[in-house]
Design a binder for this molecule. Structure first.
Ligand code: FES
Length: 98
């Protein structure tokens, strides 16, 4: 079972196969914003990937569009779009910064 470590909150979250980072966080009661309902339209679920980027699903077209629109750096991912394939370490950024 992959593990997500949210470094800046010192939280370790187990992740079921096929779950997005957002789904796993919410299942474990981690209060991650998701203002658009997980549709790659708001960036409030944004994380900075510290380690394990290769253990997240590739950026799809919707996420790529939002990353371009918001000028997000390569280390940022929308947790609602990133399916967790293996262990990953992130900082949760959330709304209001980037
Ligand atoms: S929940 Fe809105 S972009 Fe992820």
């Amino acid at each position: 079972m992959p593990l997500i470590y949210i470094r800046n909150y010192d939280r370790e979250i187990p992740c079921q196969k096929g779950q997005t980072l957002l789904e796993a966080a919410l299942d474990e009661g981690f209060p991650m914003y998701h203002t658009c309902g997980g549709n790659a339209r708001c960036t409030t679920c944004m994380v900075r990937v510290i380690a394990g980027m290769h253990n997240l699903s590739p950026v799809d077209e919707e996420e790529a569009y939002m990353k371009r629109a918001r000028r997000l750096s390569d280390d940022k991912r929308l947790s609602c779009q990133a399916v967790v394939l293996g262990d990953v370490e992130v900082d949760y950024i959330g709304p209001g910064s980037g």
